[in-house]
Design a protein around this ligand. Structure first.
Ligand code: ADP
Ligand code: MG
Length: 396
């Protein structure tokens, strides 16, 4: 069921509590990547243009219900001010009398950033009392934090019991774009799965197997599939207890007519290190003492060919240990292959995959890069995300 957005309600002049995801990477107290802040701008600006009073709330890091000086949102307020090009007021609390006073003093169009929600234990516990304290600040609740939508916290779900709740633009786009993979995708539909472990992706693989036409497997998880094919994998990261699952997946693909593409060759190394000795070997002849670190050139070729006719591609998980140059080629090549599909809807999910796409300069060429790592995985597992469920349904 589609969810109401800020465009479905009259926001003019209202006090609007906006849950954003400002959990940005920090280095030495400074923001090292402000993409998540920029991603919230369309919603903030829309509200400001309509004279709403914009009250922003977010978590940062894991303060675990206590005040942690290193996790204050003051640097975020400064970072937001820089990209918003308007003053941002900041309060060192997120609920209580002082915050209520700060809200009461707001002029139309003004922006106030509240302190880290997770300084209060009630946030992650979804304590109704805390949710009510948040709700008291506003007339309308907007959730624009897809990255935490898989958590039932006070600011992502509980507060919606006490205020009308709608989605912001970022949340709306995530739901629509990720939803387009599961509901009536442009076919053929391909899933490119990688990353370190099969176990992280089992639930996703199981759901997607019902709908994909093409399944490409790379990354460390390829080892478990190669083992399931009856080959040795040397010292590769093997999940022995997942070999049966991999075997069943291979069988299901055969039965359901899903084109399964496993890497025919791999880059292996003699140690898990950036400067290990490397060689390219066939999947059925990984030497003892060597481990899979990336997919090989024939694999890149096969993957590229398999993706070429696709109408929709979902990519989750790097093809190799892309953080190290020697093992980044597979991820780069597959990223370029996905990015170059001009008529396809291309969706990137997963924190590391999004990071890789950004580093490769391919972000502009993808249809959508999800801002929610864990949330996008749970979405593709077919789970109901509490932060989405809490929003008002569109009228039928
Ligand atoms: P995402 O965050 O995009 O969902 P994952 O968290 O599943 O992706 O996996 C990302 C990690 O997988 C990266 O840190 C990468 O180094 C690692 N990885 C990829 N291929 C291998 C491999 N062959 N061996 C070990 N680790 C790998
Ligand atoms: Mg990850």
């Amino acid at each position: 069921m589609p969810k109401q957005t800020i465009q479905d309600v009259d926001v003019r002049g209202l006090r609007v509590l906006v849950r954003v995801d400002f959990n940005v990477p920090m280095e030495d107290g400074r923001i090292s990547d402000d993409n998540r802040i920029r991603a919230a701008l369309p919603t903030i600006n829309y509200l400001r243009e309509r004279d709403a009073r914009v009250i922003l709330c977010s978590h940062l890091g894991r303060p675990n219900g206590k005040v942690d000086e290193g996790s204050r949102l003051e640097p975020i307020a400064e970072g937001l001010e820089a990209v918003l090009d308007a003053p941002v007021n900041y309060v060192t609390e997120c609920v209580g009398i002082e915050v209520e006073a700060a809200v009461a003093a707001m002029e139309p169009g003004e922006v106030l950033l509240l302190e880290n929600l997770r300084f209060h234990p009630g946030e992650e516990k979804n304590d109704p009392e805390f949710a009510q304290q948040l709700a008291r600040l506003a007339d309308l609740y907007v959730n624009d934090a897809f990255g935490t939508a898989h958590r039932a916290h006070a600011s992502t779900a509980g507060v919606a019991d006490y205020l009308p709740a709608v989605s912001g633009f970022l949340m709306e786009r995530e739901i629509t774009m990720l939803g387009s993979v599961l509901e009536d995708p442009k076919r053929p539909l391909a899933a490119v799965m990688g990353g370190a472990k099969v176990s992280d992706k089992i639930a996703v693989l199981e759901t997607l197997l019902d709908s994909v036409d093409v399944l490409v497997i790379g990354g460390g998880m390829a080892a478990t599939f190669i083992k399931a094919m009856g080959h040795g994998v040397g010292d590769s990261l093997l999940e022995e207890e997942r070999v049966d699952f991999a075997r069943e997946t291979i069988e299901r693909c055969g039965k359901q007519g899903v084109k399964l593409v496993l890497p025919p060759d791999l880059v292996v190394a003699d140690a898990f290190s950036a400067d290990a000795a490397t060689q390219v070997v066939a999947a059925e002849s990984i030497p003892d003492g060597w481990r899979i670190m990336d997919v090989g050139p024939s694999a890149v070729w096969d993957f590229t060919e398999a993706l070429r006719p696709c109408g929709t591609v979902l990519w989750n998980g790097p093809m190799g240990v892309f953080e190290w140059e020697a093992f980044s080629h597979g991820t780069r090549a597959v990223g370029q292959a996905v990015a170059s599909l001009e008529n396809a809807v291309t969706i990137v999910g997963g924190g590391s995959t999004a990071e890789a796409v950004g580093e490769l300069g391919l972000a502009e060429d993808m249809t959508h890069i999800s801002t929610g790592g864990g949330a996008s995985l749970e979405f593709f597992e077919g789970k109901v995300l509490p932060g989405v469920a809490a929003l008002r349904d569109k009228e039928a």
